[in-house]
Design a binder for this molecule. Structure first.
Ligand SMILES: C[S@@+](CC[C@H](N)C(=O)[O-])C[C@H]1O[C@@H](n2cnc3c(N)ncnc32)[C@H](O)[C@@H]1O
Length: 247
């Protein structure tokens, strides 16, 4: 077994179901001296760590306790410099809207060896386990995964909402619960047909998974009525009209 001491391993933990952690991710977790994890990581997988491993909660909970990204970067470097094998366990894939690349750069700039083990992204697995394929011959040949942290028209959004509204592909919005109304209205204003099928999937791949289906015009109200809370993702496009979860 290779000596991993003094190294940081960014592990994609998948969207929540512990079965979706990769074999490589599981192996790294079992070897780790220190694990930095947050609330979107599959917490059940922490049972796989060594009894003497140090487990550090670095959650950034929306509207709640926040450990800054700078502090997380600092902790990664500090622990690795003690000679520890450090795993940074993240939800989904580390490099999909997950700031894993910032952590990678912070380690590299500090001269700390770092590698990444990809994970199953919620952007793909979430719709899939709700019965929605992101592509389907004749319906959609492409998909875009975008951040809904800020909505259409917001000066901080670098998403090309016009292109999404007029394109033929599937749209997957992460971090978009708060702005769901603005996102759906913004897409319709930019040319998306209001009767385009749309769905929200909350707590995807976990026993608490919740799926709400509607159209881009009706989804915000339906999601509010269903009490949808993060973590949740939104899928918009003709493929939502398929329901592969129902027999
Ligand atoms: C900071 S992003 C990280 C995404 C992650 N890197 C990935 O590949 O899945 C967090 C967002 O991912 C989505 N997300 C993560 N896990 C989810 C889950 N189990 N169910 C639904 N959405 C989820 C939500 O939109 C959440 O706000």
């Amino acid at each position: 077994m290779a000596d991993r001491r003094g190294e940081v391993v960014l592990v994609g933990g998948g969207p929540g179901d512990p079965d979706l952690l990769t074999v490589g991710g599981l192996r790294a977790l079992r070897q780790a001296d220190v694990v930095l994890y947050d609330h979107l990581a599959p917490l059940a997988c922490l049972e796989e760590t060594r009894p003497d491993a140090l487990l550090v909660d670095v959650a950034k909970i929306p509207g709640g306790r926040q450990v800054s990204q700078e502090e997380i970067n600092r902790l990664l470097v500090e622990h690795a410099r003690t000679g520890a094998m450090v795993v940074r366990l993240k939800g989904g894939d580390p490099f999909v809207l997950g700031r894993g690349s910032e952590e990678w750069l912070a380690c590299a700039e500090a001269g700390v060896p770092v590698r990444v083990i990809p994970g199953v992204s919620s952007a793909i697995a979430g719709p899939e386990l709700a019965g929605i394929p992101l592509t389907h011959r004749g319906l959609s040949q492409n998909f875009a995964v975008v951040s809904g942290h800020v909505g259409p028209g917001h000066p901080a959004s670098t998403v090309d909402w016009d292109a999404l509204a007029t394109g033929s592909g599937t749209i997957v919005v992460l971090m978009g619960v708060t702005n769901l109304g603005a996102i759906c209205a913004g897409l319709v204003e930019r040319g998306l047909a209001p009767d385009t099928p749309a769905a929200v999937v909350a707590n995807a791949t976990t026993p608490d998974q919740q799926v709400v289906r509607g159209t881009v015009a009706t989804l915000p109200d339906l999601a509010a009525q269903a009490g949808i809370r993060p973590p949740a993702l939104t899928v918009i496009g003709a493929v939502v009209g398929l329901d592969l979860a129902s027999p």
